[in-house]
Ligand binder design. Structure first.
Ligand code: NCD
Length: 305
């Protein structure tokens, strides 16, 4: 059964194909309005979400399908102690495809083991978030015209930020990518990720300064400090405003640099930056829906083969 737990579950060629399907959906939405007629997507969200759940649901509706939803773990039998395994077995009786978000790393993998229908990981703890990466890749591709030869800065919570981990994994596949890792000491990218980049020959530097490499970046990926993953509130309070991107901070940046953020934003980008033509984070939200449409189509097609 075709599930997507990690962005690397998709080959580079499959990602290129998803990008071209998403582009076609953007150009010819009417051709897709009935593609998933009589199909059901179950969105199982055991962690808060606005964009990811709604965009999966909007994606399925735009394909003519239907949606079953758990939007809050507390209102499901998980709160009575039901395991992920059992919940997935039950949902297999109702739906054709599952999108699941869970606070525990590895929960999506456990779900695939119990499932006969495709499972799409919509975020598992601080681990992976492959469909956000698909949205990021489409946005970079649309704005820069390529996924190669880019210097990409990641700023903020690189330790717990699953969107960062997934996008870096994806970038290991492309040519001549340089990565600039900007974070406080306490929120550095985990060692296993650094080792992975080194193993793939991805060039990277680490810095605590947002200013240091600003002029060299083609993409600046800002992130929120992941409050829910901290054990200690004091640490969160100390670190939460480590980086605040403002129009002044952008002065040395290239005129065609793009600014991404998976959202939600807290304080890390001032509202004044939204007016800057380089700010692409709301375009990213829309692109996410098109990539999720392309992905739902793909996994359902493969499931019925
Ligand atoms: C991200 C997530 O949930 O990991 N949000 C999203 O899906 N767009 C980022 C975050 O919550 O900071």
């Amino acid at each position: 059964m075709r599930s997507v737990i990690d962005i690397l579950d998709l080959t580079k060629e499959e990602i290129a194909e998803l990008i071209s399907v998403a582009e076609d959906i953007i150009q010819n939405p009417d051709n897709y309005r009935e593609k998933c007629k009589h199909k059901k997507l179950a969105t199982l969200f055991f962690e808060p979400s606005t964009r990811t759940r709604l965009s999966f649901e909007a994606a399925m509706y735009e394909l003519g399908g239907n949606v079953l939803s758990i939007s809050d773990g507390e209102s499901s039998s998980a709160s009575k102690g039901e395991s992920v395994h059992d919940t997935i077995k039950v949902v297999n009786c109702y739906a054709d495809v599952i999108a699941m978000r869970h606070p525990k790393e590895g929960a999506a993998l456990v779900a695939t083991m119990a499932s006969d229908i495709p499972v799409i990981n919509a975020g598992d703890g601080g681990h992976n978030h492959p469909t956000q990466t698909l949205a990021d890749l489409l946005t970079i591709h649309r704005e820069k015209g390529t996924l190669d030869n880019l210097t990409v800065g990641f700023c903020g919570d690189l330790k717990f930020g699953r969107t960062v981990h997934s996008l870096i994994h994806a970038l290991t596949r492309y040519e001549n990518i340089k990565v600039v890792l900007i974070s406080p000491e306490e929120l550095k990218l985990p060692d296993y990720m650094l080792e992975d980049m080194a193993a793939h020959g991805l060039e990277y530097v680490e810095t605590t300064s947002l200013e240091e490499y600003m002029g060299e970046l083609d993409v600046l990926y800002m992130t929120r400090v992941q409050k829910e993953r901290f054990f200690n509130e004091q640490d969160y309070i100390r670190l939460k405003d480590s980086y605040i991107l403002s129009p002044e901070k952008l002065m040395p940046a290239k005129s065609d640099m793009i600014i991404l953020h998976p959202l939600p934003r807290v304080n890390e980008i001032t509202v004044a930056v939204d007016e800057d033509p380089r700010a692409c984070y709301f375009k990213q939200v829309l692109n996410a829906k098109f990539m999720r449409m392309a992905l739902i189509l793909k996994v359902l097609e493969e499931a019925t083969k």
